[in-house]
Design a protein around this ligand. Sequence first.
Ligand code: ADP
Ligand code: GLC
Length: 508
Amino acid sequence: MDHSEPSPVAGPAGYRVLTASSEAHPLVKTGGLGDVAASLPMALRELGHDARLVLPGYPGAKKQVRELKHLMDLRIPAVVGTVHLYGGLLPDHDLPVYLVDAPAYFCREGNPYTDVSGRDWGDNPERFLLFCRVIAHLAMGLPPLDWRPQVLHCNDWQTGLAPALLRDHEERPATIFTIHNLAYQGLFDRATFDRLHLPAALWSVSGLEFHHRMSFIKGGIVFSDRVNTVSPRYADEVRTQRFGCGLDGLLRQLGGRFRGILNGIDYRVWNPADDPALPQSYDSEHLDLKGENKRTLQRRFGLPRDEEAFVLGHVGRLVEQKGVDLIIAILPRLVAAGRVQLVIQGAGDRALERQLQDAAAAHPERVSVFVGYDEPRAHLIEAGCDAFLMPSRFEPCGLNQMYSLRYGSVPIVHNTGGLADTVVDASDAALSAGTATGFLFNDPNPDGLWYAVEQALRLHDERPQQWRQLVLAGMRQDLSWQSSARHYLELYAEAIASREGLLQVATA
Ligand code: ADP
Ligand code: GLC
């Protein structure tokens, strides 16, 4: 492809931003990346910018995109078959979406990363390199599309090679790389690097090489103009050895080019006053109506109807990060506490799934578990529980605690990452000031979690007025995308300015 002739620029005023992601709600989602990849560009459009999204053309995504049109075909070296580029709009928003349709790579059962049994697709490097090659073409402006971004915003390792592929293009857009989770790096062996026919110069410690392996995420970190992660606290944490997953030194070296920007939540999708998944809508003015959702939750999850029960909820991927094993470890204490009910929904690690199902079988009156992925049920849990557990060992941002704040279900969270940045602990001072919104604990172990649960139970039972104030403070907190989107705009402006500065130096 010849990129020497930039295609004309179209679109409304503001920045032209291409967001690249391997998932986006509601087309395809396995976790918070899916929520953010859709809601940030939507927020940018609402602020007057021309944001667009590019995604692999999974069959489910192709089915849902509105006004789907075939735009062009591409031949990509070493790729089996022709790659078709489609364009359309998200189902429920006028956000333009490009789909990279390569059936041999993306048309499969399972999820974007694994087969139905949970095993990573063996050809993930080929799949996401192909995706990155098309992202790079789009970033340079494909003539038939009549659109060329000023900013390419890549997300997580699956898009990390796009900034690497663009590094030497003088006319390239400014590049941003967002780390949603440093623990997933896209690491492959040297033979894979050779098989992918990437430029040999990329195999270096100042390129993609990471301890003799090839790292997709390093491509994004090393070659982007600006790098960020999804909360200020996690940005501090990943620059330490404890949380840096081996990349803390590199992130420290970035200095002011790296920072944390807290995610927002999409109030159109997560709003208890208007949520089709709930039997009863409510808001902070009508908090008493929330109880109807608790009753439905108990019924739907097969727990005894009990208005006095203190219902704890959890929704999440069942992986070590989320600390579900800590919840399992305190089960005997929860059961002994008498009136606690626990509702858990998640999928992932088979051993954790089994342990949770065994716990539910052993305590059918107290514990109910749904193994699987189900959006409406996740909304019902957020609305129907009294408190929401997130004992994550680390948490780059976390969306569920923000959903639970919004839904008046008090978050009980480990004092880490975005959990620490979004929840205000119910200390005596914060309770008196009316700023408390939840419970934070410092040690990610069963005793730490149990201590926070006990505190929550005590406040709920002994000081109902203060509990109510805590709930209302959380519900009234501004968690919308508006302010976060503005921080991204600042990052884009800096990236564009640094790009222009470099170009001036190069042409002087
Ligand atoms: P992460 O991205 O690490 O999984 P987040 O808290 O940022 O964590 O986001 C998780 C998102 O995925 C939330 O929207 C949550 O509701 C959703 N989710 C996770 N597991 C499930 C599940 N089993 N069923 C429905 N939604 C789920
Ligand atoms: C990741 C993180 C989570 C974050 C989400 C969206 O999956 O684990 O903490 O909220 O991305 O940024």
